[in-house]
Design a protein around this ligand. Structure first.
Ligand code: CP
Length: 301
């Protein structure tokens, strides 16, 4: 069984193959119309369950479109509407779904839910985000960086803001893809201790971004954070906003990324998000291509 649960638990060679296949599939479609299905139809006759316990625009649409492009069909399920949301165990849900579908993608809260789904399912399971990680997003980000600025190996990536679940997958990627990762943010929002050793910390954002090849940020209040924390987080993070002044300290050809959705003019100004460094919509597009490659990877073994 080949699941795609996290970047640090996937072999380096498989990660590289996924990016390479995603690039090939993207290129192959470039000359085709949007309605044209992928020629080899690797998911023909296959059913994919897309389970969402949290809201989503990009993950939902990109997985749904990706499956259809490869000839498969999808079933989008809301956690709250399933028996899962009314006390049925993950283990039983996983066993039952495995009798109906060929692949499961789940976006959930606790990482243990994902791990239980993978343990008890007899079909591959893909992590569509948990409170701890967001590996599909970072695979799309690596692909996007390399499309614009070549191999990410040895490059300097600076994360400004909250040390959240998206940062955690960047930290896992730093080891697997061999790039330098710098975290700049307040001590109160440091990444979890399990990530120690995968990145360095520079508290002053203007120092941190010097010589950066890529500057990344994310929303200041994540989906799993209580809204009551909003004002406190804004006060803590205001100094870490990615604006033109900060980007000017990075390399001249540095890229700016944000996984979206964004709160414009909070974590990043519109001038940066729409400016010459920004590749935010390429990141969003590449979710489609890289997830198609991830699904092929899971179903091909
Ligand atoms: N970046 C991301 O995962 O977007 P959605 O929450 O819209 O899926």
């Amino acid at each position: 069984m080949t699941h795609f649960l996290d970047i640090h638990t996937t072999p380096q060679s498989d990660l590289r193959d996924i990016i390479s296949n995603a690039r090939d599939m993207k290129n192959a479609r470039a000359g085709m119309s949007k309605g044209t299905l992928d020629a080899d139809q690797p998911l023909a006759g296959q059913m994919v369950a897309l389970i969402f316990e949290k809201p989503s625009t990009r993950t939902r649409v990109s997985f749904d479109v990706g499956v259809r492009q490869m000839g498969g069909q999808t079933m989008v399920l809301s956690g709250a509407d399933m028996q899962l949301g009314h006390g049925e165990t993950i283990a039983d849900t996983a066993r039952v779904l495995s009798r109906y579908v060929d692949l499961i993608m789940i976006r959930t809260f606790e990482e243990q839910t994902l791990l239980d789904m993978a343990e008890y399912a007899t079909v591959p399971v893909i992590n569509g985000l948990t409170n701890r990680t967001h590996p599909c997003q970072i695979m799309a980000d690596i692909m996007t960086f390399e499309e614009h600025n070549g191999p990410i190996k040895g490059k300097k990536v600076v994360w400004s803001g909250d040390g959240n679940n998206v940062f955690a997958s960047f930290a896992h990627a730093a080891k697997q893809f061999d790039f330098e990762l710098v975290f700049t943010g307040p001590e109160t929002l440091d990444p979890e201790r399990a990530l120690d050793g995968l990145y360095t910390t520079v508290r002053d954002p203007h120092e941190a971004v010097k010589g950066a090849d890529l500057v990344v940020t994310d929303t200041w209040v994540s989906m799993h954070d209580p809204q009551s924390a909003r004002e406190r987080r804004h006060n803590q993070l205001r100094g870490y906003q990615v604006n033109d002044d900060l980007m000017a300290k990075a390399k001249g050809d540095a890229l700016f990324m944000h996984c979206l959705p964004a709160h414009r003019d909070d974590e990043a100004t519109s001038s940066v998000m729409d400016g010459k460094h920004s590749v935010i919509f390429d990141e969003a597009e590449n979710r489609l291509h890289v997830q198609k490659a991830i699904m092929r990877h899971c179903l091909s073994k």
